[in-house]
Design a binder for this molecule. Sequence first.
Ligand code: EZ4
Ligand code: CO
Length: 402
Amino acid sequence: MRIVDGQVNVCCPGRNFVTLKLVTEDGVHGLGDATLNGRELSVASYLNDHVVPLLIGRDARRIEDTWQYLYKGAYWRRGPVTMAAIGAVDMALWDILGKTLDVPVYRLLGGASRDRVMVYAHANGRTLDDTVAAVAHHASLGYVAIRAQCGIPGIPHAYGIARGDQPYEPAEKNAPLETVWSTERYLDFVPSLFERLRRELGQDLHLLHDVHHRLTPIEAARLGKSLEPYGLFWMEDPVPAELQEAFRIIRHHTTTPVAVGEVFNSIFDCQQLIQEHLIDYIRATVTHAGGISHLRKIAALAELHHVRTGCHGATDLSPVAMAAALHFDLSVHNFGIQEHMPHSADTDRVFPHAYAFDAGYMHPGEAPGLGVDLDEALAASFPYERAYLPVNRKLDGTLHSW
Ligand code: EZ4
Ligand code: CO
């Protein structure tokens, strides 16, 4: 079953998406998400100029061999551009395999380990009142797990807070938004949010919080300790994770569970974090960490060390990635939780899909393959628009870690 064609689609139905489509000699096609927020065209070029020509004529069923060929054959290993490109090829090949065997991908991954996938919603507000109302609103939609982010007094654009009445979308058209940050104000304020959420909404909800790589290890340790009374499901990305051993300092001081990994692109980014039990949830995704094949290896290592999965699922991952994540989540034994930020109506129309949300849980559906398609004619009506994630500075103007 030879691959005869490969095309890269770039579209912007509200935000940019890069989608790889591979076609076999039998006319079966598979899709993979290759979206790297803020650097989209580099992956499109990597695929178009360097990868697709190598795939023509290869057997689409040799998924692992193709993965190794692209990873080892590049000589230049890892990195977000390379791994997003390999991830897209991997997803597309699993999609093709499922379609040719007429089964959903999760059945090829060992079948369902659970009946449905617990997801968490994003709730955010500019004030404490707004944020408590947003969490209550998401609970009323059926979510059993909710991430809460609140504006910080004295910080104009705190991370994760929507502007105006728009849905939260971090990327900015044309040039990055420059925001300011004060760790002191943040650390003083955040415990009051979770104190109110527990007081008003009770103990039953899983509450999560994203620190977005903004603290030092000892600051993160203080935050984790101050949040212990509120029993968080996790504290996400407390520090930038290039230095894995830094997490030991956080671990020495707090029992608040730690999640990390949305920017990771390989098992080597989290090897020490997992093997030394420095984290509780690994957030690497199918798109940025080399596809379903590589993410399963990360999950297998994590399973040995009591670490569960918590895949990144923000709206800069396309519905193709969401579908692939849900097949992975349903099958992998040490699944923890899946992030869920609903896509725009335009995005859902461009990528019709079989997966569905019901009362706080999702399921990938029973369609063969990944169960998601690309309406290319509709996608063409939403051309690419250059966009960037925000840049963050401290009050004195120094560039912050993220
Ligand atoms: O900032 O997806 O947990 N979710 C997040 C997201 C990320 C964006 C980056 O592309 O942190 O909002
Ligand atoms: Co995050």
